[in-house]
Design a protein around this ligand. Structure first.
Ligand SMILES: [Zn+2]
Length: 122
């Protein structure tokens, strides 16, 4: 995985209130304010769906097909928990980073870590 420069993460489009809300949240499943530990794999992907406290990200990856001994381009979808302190920052179309955590529900075992790049800004 290629390394991205930290400077790419701009915060200029965020209103001041969101910056204040970022300080605290009452979500106990927040990796910053709660007691959720994140460890394991990290993925970057685009948000394709947003629900309260949950986002679905999608990214492309190469899948090895044994029959043909070749790679094909495939897509992977991941459901990730969205802590309430980041809810205002993340929208559909954004590029975000998720990290593995303990299973929070049947389909959620990832946590949104940070926003890398805003998508189509309205
Ligand atoms: Zn939080």
């Amino acid at each position: 995985m290629k390394k991205e420069k930290k400077t790419e993460r701009t915060e200029r489009e965020m209103p001041v209130e969101t910056m204040k809300n970022q300080e605290e949240c009452e979500d106990k499943n927040c990796h910053v304010h709660g007691n959720l530990k994140v460890r394991g794999k990290t993925f970057e992907g685009t948000v394709i769906k947003k629900f309260p406290k949950r986002v679905v990200i999608e990214f492309e990856r190469m899948i090895f097909v044994r029959k043909y001994e070749r790679y094909m381009k495939g897509k992977t979808k991941i459901h990730a928990h969205l802590p309430s302190c980041m809810e205002n920052q993340i929208h559909v179309g954004d590029l975000i980073k998720v990290r593995e955590c303990r299973p929070l529900s049947k389909i959620i075992h990832f946590e949104v870590i940070e926003k890398i790049k805003g998508g189509r800004e309205k």
